[in-house]
Every structure is written in structure tokens, then in C-alpha cells.
Design a protein around this ligand. Sequence first.
Ligand code: IMP
Length: 423
Amino acid sequence: MVTVVVGTQWGDEGKGKVIDYLAKDMDIVARYQGGANAGHTVIINGKKFIFHLVPSGILYPEKICLIGNGTVIDPVSLFEEIAFLEKNGIKVDDRLFIYENAHITMPYHKILDQIEDKFRGKGELGTTGRGIGTTYADKYGRIGIRVVDLLDDDVFYEKLKIALELKNYLLKEYYKEKILNADKIYNDYKEIREKIKKYIINGTIFINDMLSKGKNILAEGAQGTFLDIDFGTYPYVTASNPISGGSCTGLGISPTKIDKVIGIVKAYTTRVGKGPFPTEMKGLLEDTLRRSGNEYGATTGRPRRCGWFDSVIVRFASIVNGLDEIFITKLDVLSGIEKLKIGVAYKYDGKIYNEYPMNMKVFSNCEVIYEEMDGWSESISDIKEYSKLPTNAKKYIERIQELIEVKISAISVGSEREQIIKI
Ligand code: IMP
């Protein structure tokens, strides 16, 4: 059975915690897209783990974790993550595996990502600077280096030289920056290439074999629907497909094998980096929400932009991902806000939009039509049963369910593993 977990907003919906919660019933957790731009946070007994590439299922000693072909892998960052896990007593050997056809983020990808984004000037995307877009661009430009290429001295050297010739031309002639030396990178990568060998497998065959043996697989998406390269707020998006469909191409499993799609929905909205955000708040309330929700990027530490819940985008996320159910996260952060608003439609140039418009001119300049609801004042972090929630919290949840037309199956009310209400 395959269950896919997707973000329904702009990422940072709390997928790390939900994946950790669901992983206990799974045999395998597999990441299907993105790279070290992601930051999935899991807190266990007060100890914080931030995952960038390794699936958070690794915290359970018996689970197998896969990093799929749809991801882009920065081996330097990967080994830093593995070292941190091992320092904390979590062994990854014999249960962490990497698809041989995933692409590698090289040093020049990171350098060029940062230079290119600065070069965009006013059109800066605010990328994480982790070389994500530049690695995917090379994948599609057919000059990428794949994990399997690391295994062969000649192939790796040849591919590195070809790619670097082009990158150095760009760096020197266009950006007027320092160039890189292929031999130095080749030598620097010797140790990494040796260390990574034991993790490399033919993931497609492995995962399909596991499926035929009846194993339970959790496909872990990173980022969120509105950072999707096709359906997100283009060009202010990441360079991969976080939507549920990405799990098929990013893990080599057929659409006919997907059994369930779970959407993770934050009880309000946040976004890191540039790009349109119609329900964004400004001022004191945003500061309060950022503080109580600890809304700072898990990868870059940047303050997240905060806003009201937008039912229009989450309804679209439900359609494009085919959501079967929803997990609401961070409901506790809304305690103490007197009046809550929910965006229900947009207005632009005299026209009402009930659906998410692909035209970014409309999405960037629209006025939001809100519904207002009474909030609740009490803390809800220790509540374990839905019936014990304050009446206004239940009304808020039920209104969201009505607007999105998808069943809410659980609510998270705190960052610890146990702080979850099943409905
Ligand atoms: P990139 O993925 O580094 O190319 O960045 C593109 C956009 O996606 C930027 O606005 C980033 O802030 C955003 N982004 C990338 N990864 C994440 C994430 O894991 N959570 C939230 N935003 C992200």
C-alpha cells in the first residue's frame, strides 16, 4: 500500500511531524522530490531533529528510508545529516538507500543558484541557495551528474569536465566571478564517492519488489503545492513537483499503486521567500503569529511571512493532489486571537474568482473576500479528544472542512509526537 503525504500550501505545513506520526505504521518512508532546501522538523522528548534529505522515518530503528530519483542530492549536506543522526544514536546503515538515478547537486550548482538569484535583482525569487533550481536545470538540460555516475572514475570525471566547462564560461564571462577547477572538485569528491557507495541501489526495482510483498510505503513530499513548478505561483516556485503526482515519477511507482493521499494543512498560512500571498497579514498580528508559531525557516532561518487561512488555494490543492483526507497542523498557535479570518474568494478587476487563478497578475493583485469567525482564548495544547476542543475551535475546523470538501482526520496541537487529536 502506498500513502502519499503532500503539503497543500507553500511548504512548512508541519509535514515532518505528521510523517513521523504516520511512519510508525509503515515499512518504508521514501522522499520523492526536492533536495536540501527542505527542512522537516520532528521534536521527540524535547530533542529537535531537522531533516533536509533523509526521510524523517529514520527515527524509528526498524524502518527503511529511501531517497528517490526525483530528488536532487547534495552529498556534502547528506553526510552532515547522517553524522548528526549518528551522533544522536540513530544508525542509518543498511536501512537508508539512495536511488542510483537521482541527480547530484555539485558545488557549482550552489554557487550559481546564489549568484543567479542575486542577478535577478527586483525579480529575485528568494531561493534557499541550496542549488536546487540549478541542479534540476542541468537534469533537464541533459548535463547533470547522477548518483550512479559517482561509482565510475572515468564517467564522473568526464561529466564533471563537460558541465564545468559551461559553468566556468558563465561564471567568468557573464557573472565576472571566480572559476572552479575540475581536478580539485574531482579530488575533493573522492572520499564522498567512496562513502556513498553502500547506500546506492536500483530503487525502482527495490520499491516495486517491496510493494509486491505487501509492504506499506509512505511517499514523503517536500515543499508544498503552491511551490510546484507546474501548479504553483510561477516563477516563485521550487524546481520540482511536490504534488502527489510527483511521487510516481520521483520514485518509479505506477499511479495505479497509489492508495491514499493525505494533505497537510496549516491552520493559517505561511510562505518563505518572494512571491504572491493574497491573505498575508501585516503588522503586529503577523509578528505575534510568527513568534507563537515559531515561523522561521528550518533550513535558512529566514522569518516566514504569515497570513490568514486561504480556503481557495487549499481547495485547489485538494483537486490537483486528489486528497483523501487532511491533517490540520498548528491549530494551537491560533489560541488567543479574538477574530479569525478565512479567505473564501478573490476579487480582481470587478470579477469574483472562486477558484485559484493560474494568471499570476490576478493572484498577485487580487483583493481577498473573507469570512470572519470568533476565536478562542484558552490553550488547547494538552487536549487529546476532539470533543474537548473549545466550541469556536471546532467551528473553525468544521468550516474549513466544509470549504475544502475533504475530511479532516487529525489535528496537531503542538510540536511533540503525542500532541495529536484523531477525529
Ligand atoms: P528553492 O527551492 O531553493 O529553489 O527556492 C524556491 C522557493 O521555494 C523559495 O521561495 C524558497 O523559500 C521556497 N522553498 C524551498 N524549499 C522550501 C521549503 O522546504 N519550505 C518552504 N519554502 C521552501
